[in-house]
Design a protein around this ligand. Structure first.
Ligand SMILES: Cc1ncc(COP(=O)(O)O)c(C=O)c1O
Length: 455
């Protein structure tokens, strides 16, 4: 029988709405708290940072939100994205499991990030915003937003985590090519950056620090707003186009996943692929396991605590109920820059608390081993972040072999690693380090928190 390796959709089959899981969750997320008063805040408190339409989406209880025509139109540059059956990987693993992957690396900047970047730039443009600031870890988010801002004629200022700025010069140049200004963070440009540098002049930076810098710039400039590439509800929602497409593609393949896997930084690509499948669990009684894969060196889902914490390091953002390692936690400089974040989005945190999803942690070497196996079988070189999902998939496929079960696994190959060759070079030359985080280190970071506990 002929093998169908690639399952594609036509443009007219592209979803017309984003899915808002908040409408279906049995326990709604707790409200954000004001960083100073620690009282619950309403949507208006977010207005210095975000345009009104995105704030409405952030607190919306509607199950579906229509994708504006201009956004859909730009999506068609790379969407619908392909879904592949990983026959060669299955063969190499000698597993009875069927493995599929949704490939988001076909976007202009090479990952899932433009799905929300385009939407956010569009709403900012609609409300007359001239400039957007943001942070970037791996450089994937910064490049996605640079591309989107250029399309809508908005200036873009990116605070790039210093270690990534040094490791990934070509990511910076990509952002420059799309007209963005890129600043290594921590920087002397902001109060927040200067404070960190005074305490630790050789700080490698972290997403939490870069967020503080970008937020400060937006909060202190009238025509400037801030944009976040993950964590927030509206960002996670914009990514749900991925899973909705995947459901249609799996239907075409005549299959439905038993397990859905995605790497986890702040939760956006996990939400993107998993939330539409969780919708089937929550509304149609399906029982699809959704697993988030994180680094052992930044294990907020598997070893963090569920409590209120700041989204940034300096403590400028509202307090959010999340799984966290503490906002002062600076993760080891692993190559998966996009996963070096101390906290998890509110929606995903509540879902994990309610045991509606699962999480796994993997060491850096195990992830690269899995990523190399994938590259050598399926051809695409994955982003280091995506390697975490592949490590979970390999473990699940091996388990299927041991148990003799024929389960179907789907994962989000959320980006390619074509600009991450320095990381692959380190792995191939044996220079890549394991970063084992000790229980003591986690506890000492959590001990610095004085934010409200959750019962
Ligand atoms: C390629 C890639 N995958 C995954 C992530 C993780 O982020 P999130 O969990 O927010 O999707 C990032 C973040 O920068 C990324 O660049």
């Amino acid at each position: 029988m002929e093998k169908t390796r690639k399952i594609i959709l036509q443009e007219h089959e592209m979803p017309t709405h984003w899915y808002n899981i908040a409408a279906d969750m049995p326990h709604k997320p707790l409200p954000p708290l004001h960083p100073a008063t620690r009282e619950p805040i309403g949507p208006e408190a977010l207005s210095p940072l975000f345009p009104m339409e995105l704030i409405k989406q952030e607190v919306s209880a509607d199950q579906w939100i229509e994708i504006p025509e201009e956004v859909s139109d730009l999506y068609t540059l790379w969407r619908p994205t392909p879904l592949y059956r990983a026959y060669q990987l299955e063969k190499a693993l000698d597993t009875p499991a069927r493995i599929y992957y949704k490939y988001e690396g076909v976007s202009p900047s090479g990952s899932h990030k433009p799905n929300t970047a385009v939407a956010q730039a569009y709403y900012n443009k609609q409300e007359g915003i001239k400039k957007i600031t943001t942070e970037t870890g791996a450089g994937q988010w910064g490049s996605a937003l640079s591309f989107a801002c250029k399309h809508f004629g908005i200036d873009c200022e990116v605070y790039m985590v210093k270690i990534s700025y040094q490791q990934k010069p070509y990511r910076k140049l990509m952002m420059n090519t799309w007209g963005a200004q890129v600043i290594a963070s921590p920087s002397e440009k902001t109060e927040a950056g200067r404070k960190i540098l005074a305490a630790q002049p050789d700080s490698p930076g972290s997403l939490g620090i870069a967020i503080s810098e970008a937020v400060e710039q937006a909060a202190t400039h009238e025509d400037t707003k801030y944009s976040l590439g993950s964590v927030l509800n509206h960002v996670l929602m914009h990514q749900t186009i991925i899973g909705q497409e995947a459901i249609r593609q799996m239907e075409k393949a005549g299959d439905l996943p038993d397990v859905v896997v995605a790497p986890f930084g702040g939760g956006s690509n996990f939400a993107g692929i998993a939330f539409p499948f969780l919708h089937l669990n929550l509304t149609q009684g399906k029982n699809i396991r959704c697993i988030a894969s994180e680094p052992s060196s930044c294990p907020k889902l598997t070893k963090g605590v569920f409590r209120y914490d700041f989204g940034d390091t300096v403590g400028m953002t509202p307090l959010l109920p999340m799984y966290t390692l503490g906002h002062n936690f600076v993760p080891a400089p692993i190559h998966a820059g996009g996963l070096r974040y101390h906290g998890a989005g509110v929606l995903v945190s509540q879902l994990l608390k309610d045991k509606l999803m699962e999480a796994r942690a993997h060491h850096q070497l195990e992830c690269f081993e899995a990523g190399i196996l994938f590259a050598r079988t399926e051809g695409i070189i994955p982003a280091p972040e995506a390697n975490h999902a592949i490590a979970t998939v390999v473990a699940e496929a091996k388990r299927a072999k041991e148990e003799g079960t024929r389960k179907t696994i789907l994962f989000n190959l959320c980006g390619h690693g074509n600009f991450d060759m320095a990381a692959y070079e380190d792995y191939l030359s044996g220079k890549l380090q394991e970063h084992e985080l000790t229980e003591e280190e986690i506890q000492s970071s959590l001990a610095t928190l004085d934010t409200p506990m959750i019962e």
